[in-house]
Design a protein around this ligand. Sequence first.
Ligand SMILES: Nc1nc2c(ncn2[C@@H]2O[C@H](COP(=O)(O)OP(=O)(O)OP(=O)(O)O)[C@@H](O)[C@H]2O)c(=O)[nH]1
Ligand SMILES: [Mg+2]
Length: 403
Amino acid sequence: MEVTTRLTWIQEKLLEQLLGKASLTLLYKSSVHQFITLDITKRCSNQGSTMTVIHLKQNIVGVFMLEQFPLLRSEKSSTCVWFSFRQGSSTGMSALVLNTQVEVSVTQLKFFSPGGFSLIVDPRNYELHLSAEVIKELQLDLKGVSPYLECEIFRVDGIKRDPEFIKKMVTVKQYRKKLLSALRAYRPHEDLVPEVRILLVGPVGSGKSSFFNSVKSAFQGHLTRQAIVGSDEDSVTKQFNPCKPKEVRLSTYCTSPPLKDRIHCVAYVLNINSVNMLSDQMVAKLKKIHRDAVHCGVREVALLTNVNNCDEVLDDNFLNMTESMTSRSQVKNVQDMLNIPIANILMVSNYALERSLDPLKDVLIFAALNQMLRTANDSLEDLFLKETASANDSLKRRSRLRK
Ligand SMILES: Nc1nc2c(ncn2[C@@H]2O[C@H](COP(=O)(O)OP(=O)(O)OP(=O)(O)O)[C@@H](O)[C@H]2O)c(=O)[nH]1
Ligand SMILES: [Mg+2]
């Protein structure tokens, strides 16, 4: 008979997402397999990375182990993620990355980390022993010894075997939260305009509509496809007809729109895989837009889409782009072509075929939007100063004429 996990589908997804896009295969279940720890090692060693999950009445507590599950005692400490969340809750997981010694004795499975962290599974008595440090850091409302209902161990596939990557995956969700609250708190410079206007411009199929959808999805917390995306020779999005630009002589044409109706940031949206192959005609078009933007005092960013290796774009603190990314020829090319500073060259992987959100993608999307908003604020500051200066000039001129 097939042994199935006690985890619900949502809990399983939550644990898989803790490490990116992992998949879990059940190796050991205490209520089905023998409760001696030797049986655990027989089933779990030589399987690669594992996740031990302990089901308590109100909580799930566990440890992910990057290196091999030991036969007896791990010789070196292993990169482990200690985690907990409440039963019935699909959010609010607490997690810690700790270098951990793992030991399998005849009767117990033990995890120890410096700083007083210890978690001991006693399968004979169905008891979980937690040190005060673990209880505090994992925000558990438990006593030192608690009865548990089930202990399961899974093989974990589909993750990068890199401790730095694991650390990033665990911290990314906290950073996502930070960025989201910064974005929600955003206000245009000096409240000069009620909302900022960002122009997304770029070749057909470069990902403009997808970026719009990605921002909306990341904000809403679920995937949405409000703007129509697709691939065609001509533009899929018809916001206006590019063959019939608005004419200056039209009575409705406004030659000097108020600040609130102007573009405050131009974002050149380019597929990172085709930046180096843009036609001369396209480069000329983009350069013309760049000259116009400079003339109008509007600041610019470049948004490179279709980035595959999301986890390599930002450094461990999620603040700056990594050197391996900034030194890429596509970045240099954009910098030279449009004279855009490196801090304004942004990278994202839009939601395209995904079926669920990915916190790493969200972080890149939010970071890109954040930089666009900052850039818009720089434009607003400049445009306002310029407008104030020219208004003062004309006042002076008028008063001189009156004299
Ligand atoms: N994998 C991947 N696919 C993307 C990304 N961005 C866009 N796509 C795909 O590229 C195709 C074109 O994307 P759109 O967002 O429609 O491009 P657009 O710039 O709005 O195109 P037009 O409106 O036709 O000018 C779609 O099939 C998208 O799913 C990305 O970052 N990663
Ligand atoms: Mg479009």
